[in-house]
Design a protein around this ligand. Structure first.
Ligand code: NAD
Ligand code: GLY
Length: 365
């Protein structure tokens, strides 16, 4: 087992990565203050892993709440289901919430923990690749609004993250690829050596080679932990973790939550960002081609949705949390391995880039 520490002083915590971690009472015990534990999961993950997970909490009064599955349920309404359970079963302020699932469950359960009685502890047990390399680490929690993705939320750090690599065996191929988008992101924004490793090892990752997966998860989590430790509340460098996300969130909202997976939308968004970076004279055409190849090799979409137009794209991008005073700040690439947050580009250049991508279209329908 690899242990990575996210260093945030007294709010810091360990990230455990390895096989057979789900039932490990010794990992969770130091994180639990009270007697009550609520495991939040969903209708897909619970039948697979709830029993095994609950074994780690046998010394506590442990209950569970099973949510419907899907991005379209990452809403305030679903949050109510969790609060109903917490209140009906009289969970107190020393209770611990456990998020068992992908990023949707993690964001919902984490936000419930941030709000319930003004904040209780929670543990992240991520079960998708995307959640293991990204969403479970760093304390961003929240829900979507019909007008914008992740628009209602809070920063609330978990007490620990337990990434059991064995659970990835049951993940659908499309979901594995979606997670690889966030893995590629770390290479692009700050770790060129990792990007080169990914170019050499993508086949092993797609074949779910356990050693390659554990390496990629560990390296991704180390990158994320360093960025979050440097800038927990996204005053600066943390924004670079959103490479491709401003474009991606517009796609997810524009086509309707759940049609494009988050990682798929981020992949296409990273390519649009790379293309704009090239037009600004930063990336070379060869570098953009390498990025395109790696995203394609990871079985991710390289084309924008056929049914969105440029105005809709720009309108949705303006809702982004990085937009200030009508200006859309974008994460762009100076080179592979170096990202910058940039609001200083000509709006026409962005419009032209989007129009060119949309004209090709052909992404997921
Ligand atoms: P998800 O949670 O919808 O999970 C994907 C699918 O896989 C679901 O159907 C789920 O039930 C299923 N599943 C989960 N684990 C499984 C397993 N082991 N075996 C079989 N099926 C399994 O999607 P996701 O990609 O994990 O997360 C996407 C969400 O994460 C988005 O809402 C995104 O906004 C959010 N996110 C948050 C952060 C953050 O910092 N908080 C970062 C990135 C993404
Ligand atoms: N996924 C972006 C962040 O955690 O900041």
């Amino acid at each position: 087992m690899e242990i990575i520490r996210l260093d945030l002083g007294e709010r810091g915590y360990p990230i455990y990565i390895g096989g057979d971690l789900l039932g490990r009472a010794d990992l969770v015990a130091p994180c639990i203050r009270g007697e009550q534990v609520l495991v939040v999961s969903n209708e897909t993950v619970a039948p697979l892993y709830l029993e095994q997970t609950a074994a780690a909490f046998s010394d506590y009064r442990c209950a569970s709440v099973i949510l419907p599955d899907g991005e379209q349920y990452k809403t305030l309404q679903t949050l109510e289901t969790i609060f109903d359970q917490l209140l009906e079963q009289r969970f107190d302020r020393r209770s611990t919430i456990v998020a068992l699932g992908g990023g949707v469950v993690g964001d919902l359960a984490g936000f419930a923990a941030a709000c319930y009685q003004r904040g209780v502890d929670y543990i992240q047990i991520p079960t998708t690749l995307l959640a293991q390399v990204d969403s479970s680490v760093g304390g961003k929690t929240g829900v979507n609004h019909r007008l914008g993705k992740n628009m209602i939320g809070a920063f609330h750090q978990p007490r620990c993250v337990i990434a059991d690599t064995g659970v990835l065996e049951t993940l659908e191929d499309r979901q594995l690829s979606a997670g690889l988008a966030e893995v590629i992101k770390y290479g692009l924004i700050r770790d060129v050596e990792f990007f080169c490793w990914l170019e050499q090892n993508m086949d092993r990752l797609l074949a779910r080679d356990p050693e390659a997966l554990a390496y990629a998860i560990g390296r991704s989590c180390r990158n994320k932990a360093e960025v979050v430790a440097a800038d927990e509340r996204e005053g600066g460098v943390r924004a670079t973790l959103n490479l491709g996300h401003t474009f991606g969130h517009a796609i997810e909202t524009g086509v309707g939550y759940g049609r494009w997976l988050h990682g798929e939308a981020v992949a296409t968004g990273m390519l649009i960002a790379a293309d704009l970076s090239r037009r600004l004279g930063w990336l070379t055409p060869e570098e953009v081609a390498r990025i395109d190849n790696l995203i394609d090799k990871a079985c991710l979409p390289t084309r924008a949705p056929a049914d969105m137009d440029c105005d809709q794209f720009l309108e949705l991008m303006a809702v982004d949390k990085k937009a200030h005073g009508g200006r859309i700040n974008l994460v762009l690439l100076e080179r592979i391995g170096a990202a910058v947050v940039c609001g200083d580009y000509h709006p026409q250049l962005l419009k032209q880039t989007l129009e060119d991508h949309l004209a090709v279209g052909g992404g997921i329908l």
